[in-house]
Design a protein around this ligand. Sequence first.
Ligand code: ADP
Length: 255
Amino acid sequence: MEPVLSARQVFKTYGRGRKRVEALKGVSFDVLPGTVTGLIGPNGAGKSTLIKSALGFFGVTSGELQLLGNEPGSPHSLKRLGYLPENPSFPQYLSGREFLTYAARLHGLPGRSASEKVDELLDEVGILHAADRRVRSYSKGMAQRLGLAQAMIASPDLLILDEPMSGLDPLGRAQVKAMLRRRQDDGTSIIFCSHILDDVERLCEDLIMLAGGEVRHQGNVNDVLLDRGQGWETLIRCASLADLLAPIDWTAAGD
Ligand code: ADP
């Protein structure tokens, strides 16, 4: 099976002299097709650098990256890819429907099937009610949902999602998880970047853990977490959210 993403001894250095930052230091791994893989690590670990290099936004200093069997940036790969950047931004003067239709046409979807797909996806991500409002008026969570719809518009073989749960409330997170499971069942490969272990644990089968520009652990999510499971889990049981929040001194929160 050909990996959907492979890295061999990838190094990436930004800047020179005193401003030099070694963002990736010899990263190697394979992501196999049909898997949901979590790319996790603390801020500054090198996750975005790795993904942006694989997409061809910039070159690496040395080593080899392949996305869907091609060099980074190859149009053959990009048309089979859906990508959600960490902080997606949209033309503010377009409505959600207009933006998504534009994305569909860029992917070459013909008019009629584009508009059907647009409505279907707006519904699936839960913003069909706001489809004709300008993106300018969307909340952070609504914009994130629109970004997800954009990533899925061309039914890609590979979805790369950088912090897809960012800005979503608990209901939104549950909806996105369900949506990703449906894509997984359809055979879509998913790479999910996050620093929130809980989301990754619930969704992913495989894990690549980056820290300081190096792969620290990789493999099946349960094996990796069991291997690293030297910690405490706190289980809080309470009758209601009010009970849980009652001990908090809210008057101090605004200080
Ligand atoms: P992550 O996505 O895991 O938070 P990044 O890939 O964004 O990590 O960053 C890895 C390291 O590279 C960090 O030290 C960051 O400050 C640095 N870095 C990222 N982008 C640039 C850039 N354009 N110029 C210089 N340093 C950068």
